[in-house]
Design a protein around this ligand. Structure first.
Ligand code: XMP
Length: 305
């Protein structure tokens, strides 16, 4: 556990020193990591911080509207980049390639926005487990291993690089951020792209977005999981009405964890599982069946890719 007041004081000083007189661009996703970064950086450098929300087209249902209203007072630039991301992802099936394509796109957009706004530094909400998992070769988190090497910034500032998620949440409390942000479930930087196996298409993302919304509605408030979500894991046969259907198989995942490094599936009541399966197959055309993933991490990871 960190000493929150000391951490805040030190981080603000470090950001101020690292930034010098420069303007600093950052990606604000509305999650706890980037929100804490934004709050620290605002204290450190005020309006020399340029927060950008990139609508990748891979975000959860209602997310862009939520961010707009949550950060209505911040100087937030909203970049609609959905078409660019889908274009960059077309034809890519390998999970690592997907992450790299997304990382590359993010950085290019930041560079572009930085040029527009005169920012020369990049601030990132990388936390300790992101670094461990990227360095350990488990996967490239888009904000670490997926970063192109010819990045055009004078410097990258990562004030949370030594913290675990629960420590970031404590700092969020210390900074007085809203409880909704402080306790928000983690959401991966590459978004719903890592919740569809194989190629990312608009159709698959639309389906998995609806399924994620249903899972969150059914589980978040009552069970307060570390994370819960839905993923499209393949095609299978089903029957809707009298018609046989070759439709999607949706996997539901709900886990408890302290830091994301290990995780255990929640022991959900059968009625809850059954209700989710009914809603997902009834409300989303094209879904043939729903399964619940009972694998801990390890050996599985939390996300599917
Ligand atoms: P895994 O799937 O590796 O996930 O067990 C551990 C935690 O990290 C999140 N995650 C990511 N976060 N970029 C991120 O910013 C990524 O590429 C990424 N991949 C996984 C995941 O949601 C979980 O909380």
């Amino acid at each position: 556990m960190v000493n929150v007041e000391k951490f805040i004081e030190r981080a603000v000083r470090e950001i101020r020193d690292a930034a010098g007189e420069e303007k600093v661009v950052m990606a604000l996703s509305g999650g706890v990591d980037s929100s804490v970064c934004a709050a620290l950086a605002t204290r450190a450098i005020g309006d020399r911080l340029v927060p950008i929300y990139v609508d990748t087209g891979l975000m959860r249902k209602g997310e862009t509207e939520r961010i707009r209203s949550l950060f209505a007072d911040a100087n937030l630039r909203v970049v609609d980049a959905a078409d660019e991301f889908f274009e960059a992802l077309a034809g890519i099936t390998d999970p690592e390639e997907k992450r790299k394509a997304i990382g590359e796109k993010f950085v290019r957009i930041f560079e572009r926005e930085a040029k527009r706004t005169g920012a020369t530094m990049l601030l990132q909400g990388t936390i300790y487990p992101d670094r461990i998992e990227s360095e350990g070769g488990i996967k490239s988190h888009h904000n670490v291993g997926g970063m192109p090497l010819d990045i055009e910034f004078k410097g990258v500032i990562e004030p949370l690089a030594d913290l675990y998620k629960d420590e970031v949440r404590e700092v969020a409390g210390g900074l007085g951020l809203p409880a909704e942000i402080q306790h928000r479930m983690p959401f991966p930087g590459p978004g719903l792209a890592v919740r569809v196996l194989g190629e990312v298409t608009k159709e698959k993302i639309a389906i998995v977005r609806e399924a994620n919304a249903i899972v969150e509605e059914c589980l978040v408030e009552q069970y307060r999981p570390w994370q819960c979500f839905a993923a499209l894991i393949g095609l299978g046969t089903g029957v809707k009405g009298d018609v046989r259907l070759h439709g999607w198989i949706v996997a539901v995942r709900a886990v408890g964890s302290r830091d994301g490094m290990t995780a255990d599936p929640l022991l959900l009541p059968y009625e809850v599982l059954s209700r989710m399966a009914t809603r997902i197959t009834a409300e989303i055309p094209g879904v043939a069946r729903v399964v619940y993933d009972v694998t801990p991490k390890p050996p599985a990871t939390i996300e599917y890719e």
